[in-house]
Ligand binder design. Structure first.
Ligand code: URA
Length: 434
């Protein structure tokens, strides 16, 4: 087989014969096919897409490029959640222990943040000592003992995606729905799950800016899961505003802990309950969403979710004092407030700009090699619909490096829309699939 023939067939829109994609992925991972030809293939897919059998073959080949975690010996259903990425999205940290405490195991492998979006792994790293670099055996043990594990991707999990994603990043081929779907689903399906709930974000802070694109991505991922006998459900949620008040790392982890104490911001609580209810239905411990929601609310009220996270933090080597005291996690040296430049109504946000403002403080990465400052962040003090006077604080900023402040503040101010109104109500949950 020759890579050039596979590329040409895809370029010209011909269906690829079975086995072609598997050969290409294998040859790419073991170095027989180079970045040049794989980039050409990715670009051909960008323009031509992939038919369902081609996509299934791509996903199965990517999964087969590394280890698959075998959780068959762990009793009960194993269900994970994946979010397509947003600003202020700390939900995984409170969701996973709550769902585990309701009887569904959550083997969760998370990623690091890049650009304006944060990553669960960076937020968890704010807990001193918390280890997320755990191997498959230890991961399995944590799921068996605690009903959950919160870990990062190892070198051995879907190495094809690691290599291909880095290539897509520098060849303008990230924004391809079949390639995004294959990348996400290959990593999730390698976790040994029975089911998956997808939080597909829509709006100015999301990968998918329109509901139509979000629906296509959600359907593509559901179809991949279904073709592998997994139960996959998707919730389309609003990312036209940051989720909750905190944007950063330690501050977001603290906000997620507050959810477990019954004191979280209402939108973070609402999304946690919705996604948890879906997971409990997929995990077959709740007969419908209403029952799932009630179970989630009880697990918050009686502190079971918090107990579960405390046990896991201890098991993964973290300092459990971080669950009780904000100052047990990194705290920035300085704080200031950003004031409203004019009187009016807060009509909305350019959420990407708000995420970028937190990144510019050092709370995120412009490049994948950048270091994160876990202490810094932004606390939003206004929501859409709030009336503000000139000079009213819009946000509190925790910072360490004064040299980063100016660009962060000006980016933040570009991201807040103040005007005469009116402000249309924006639901958090925009739709569900299938
Ligand atoms: N997240 C992933 O894991 N892969 C993509 O391709 C895009 C977002």
């Amino acid at each position: 087989m020759r890579a050039v023939d596979v590329i040409r067939a895809k370029r010209d829109g011909h269906p690829l014969e079975p086995g072609r994609i598997r050969w290409l992925v294998d040859a790419y991972v073991n170095g027989e096919v180079g970045d040049d030809q794989m980039a050409a293939f990715a670009m051909a897919v960008f323009f031509r897409g992939l038919a369902a059998p081609e996509l299934t073959e791509l996903v199965t080949s990517m999964i087969a490029s590394g280890d698959v975690i075998d959780l068959a010996q762990v009793p009960g259903r194993k269900v994970d959640k994946h979010s397509t990425g947003g600003v202020g999205d700390k939900v995984s940290i409170c969701l996973a222990p709550l769902v585990a405490s309701c009887g569904v195991s959550v083997p969760m492998i998370s990623g690091r943040g890049l650009g304006h979006t944060g990553g669960t792994l960076d937020k968890l790293a704010a807990i001193p000592g918390f280890r997320t670099d755990i191997d498959g055996e230890r991961f399995r043990g944590l799921v068996a003992d605690h009903g959950l594990a919160l870990a990062g991707q190892t070198e051995r999990l879907v190495p094809a995606d690691r290599k291909l994603y880095a290539l897509r990043d520098v060849t303008a081929t990230v924004e391809s729905i079949p390639l995004i779907a294959a990348s996400i689903m290959s990593k999730k399906l390698a976790e040994g799950i029975d089911g998956l709930v997808l939080d597909v974000k829509v709006g100015s802070g999301a990968f998918m800016k329109t509901r139509a694109d979000a629906e296509v991505l959600a359907r593509t991922m559901i179809d991949i899961g279904t073709s592998m006998a997994k139960t996959v459900r998707a919730v389309l949620t609003n990312m036209d505003r940051p989720l909750g008040r905190a944007i950063g790392n330690a501050n977001e982890t603290w906000e997620a802990i507050e959810v477990l104490k019954g004191a979280g911001p209402s939108d973070v609580v609402a999304l946690t309950v919705e996604l948890g209810a879906e997971m409990l239905v997929v995990g077959e411990v709740a007969s419908d969403l209403d029952e799932g929601r009630a179970m989630m609310r009880r697990a918050i009220a009686d502190g079971r979710g918090l107990d579960r996270l405390r046990a896991l933090v201890e098991a993964q080597g973290g300092d459990v004092r971080a669950l009780d005291r904000r100052d047990a996690m990194p705290v920035a040296a300085h704080e200031t407030v950003i004031e409203a430049p004019m009187k009016g109504l807060v009509t909305g946000f350019d959420t990407e700009a708000i995420g970028r403002a937190a990144m510019l403080l050092g709370g995120g990465r412009a490049r994948s090699t950048d270091m994160i400052d876990h202490a810094v962040g932004i606390e939003l003090l206004v929501r859409p619909g709030d009336a503000v006077e000139r000079g009213r604080p819009l946000a509190k900023v925790d910072y360490n490096d004064a040299g980063r402040l100016e660009s962060s503040v000006s980016t933040f101010l570009r991201g807040v829309r103040i005007g005469p109104g009116p402000v249309a109500p924006a639901p958090l949950v925009l739709g569900r699939l299938p």
